[in-house]
Design a protein around this ligand. Structure first.
Ligand SMILES: Nc1ncnc2c1ncn2[C@@H]1O[C@H](COP(=O)(O)OP(=O)(O)O)[C@@H](O)[C@H]1O
Ligand SMILES: [Mg+2]
Length: 284
């Protein structure tokens, strides 16, 4: 394990029946970073989180805080929090009662419950039953529960999937606050914009292996050296040309001739990088 690594996977494999889902996954997550695992649905992202949180066995080596994921005990659980696919809240209990259960398990003072609810924008919802909450509010409550005991490492499995943009933005803002406080975040997503904006580093997962890993902007520059110009002429004709010095005259000609209606540069994005590396599209 690297110095400063909070998570380390080396040649991790996992099958379900005779289907090899993870062929050989290797990655390291450093302390204090937001690390994104980006891949289409079915790629194996949740499987990796289940391995890291000790819920699934695997081949190869998987460690968090230097402890093998197959042997995680109370001390490691106290240092980690998770918002998983199935949010696991008690529908008939109130928000505060759901958090009280967790506070007891983790030995957290009840005064922290109000604080955690405020952090996720659920102030005043203590007495509300979970079944009366919207999807976005439930997700925020799951997040409040995950950060109740101030974990050093937080797993977020597609935390904004299916949420409205305003709630997604609030969750992103909370993630930024957590990063400022030094929390390490392991995020899975199939949303390239989320990965690009939120993550210090990302790994692209396809076909059971990590095909690339690095800073999002750096990956885009490395794999897509030119961006595209999308031009609409006054007569409605649409052109798409590479943003290169050789094409400068063609663009200048349109301007001189009074033919240019609009011009947009389309920056290379992580979807393009993924497509170039795997021949596959990320989900929308
Ligand atoms: N418990 C399981 N039994 C059988 N197949 C599974 C199980 N869990 C996941 N899979 C399969 O493994 C693949 C990866 O699933 P998953 O990790 O949930 O992908 P992702 O989270 O990237 O969408 C999928 O094809 C899924 O059907
Ligand atoms: Mg998943």
């Amino acid at each position: 394990m690297n110095n400063g690594s909070v998570i380390s996977l080396e040649h991790v494999t996992r099958s379900f029946g005779d289907r090899l889902i993870l062929k050989s996954v290797s990655l390291n997550v450093n302390k204090g970073e937001i690390f994104g695992l980006l891949g289409p649905s079915g790629a194996g992202k949740t499987t990796i989180i289940n391995i890291l949180t000790g819920q699934l066995s695997c081949g190869g080596s998987a460690e968090i805080f230097g402890v093998s994921c197959g042997k995680i005990g109370g001390e490691v659980y106290r240092r980690t929090g998770a918002v998983l696919d199935n949010c696991g809240l008690y529908e008939r209990l109130t928000c505060a009662d759901n958090l009280r259960l967790y506070a007891r398990i983790h030995g957290v003072a009840f005064s922290r419950i109000k604080e955690a609810l405020a952090l996720v924008g659920l102030d005043g919802c203590e007495g509300k039953k979970v079944k009366a909450l919207s999807k976005g509010m439930k997700q925020r409550l799951a997040l409040a529960r995950a950060i109740l005991h101030k974990p050093e490492l937080l797993f977020l499995d597609e935390p904004t999937s299916g949420l409205d943009p305003a709630t997604a933005a609030e969750i992103h803002s909370l993630m930024n606050d957590l990063r400022r406080d030094g929390t390490t975040v392991f995020l899975t997503t199939h949303n390239m914009d989320e990965a690009y904006r939120m993550c210090d580093r990302i790994a692209l997962l396809s076909d059971g292996t990590i095909v690339e890993c690095g800073e999002p902007g750096e990956l885009c520059r490395r794999h897509c050296s030119t961006s595209e110009l999308r031009i609409v002429a006054v007569d409605g004709e649409k052109l798409s040309i590479a943003n290169t010095p050789e094409n400068a005259e063609a663009v200048a000609g349109l301007i001189r001739g009074g033919r240019l209606q609009s011009i947009h540069s389309s920056e290379p994005d992580l979807g393009t990088v993924f497509l170039r590396l795997t021949g596959k599209e990320l989900d929308k």
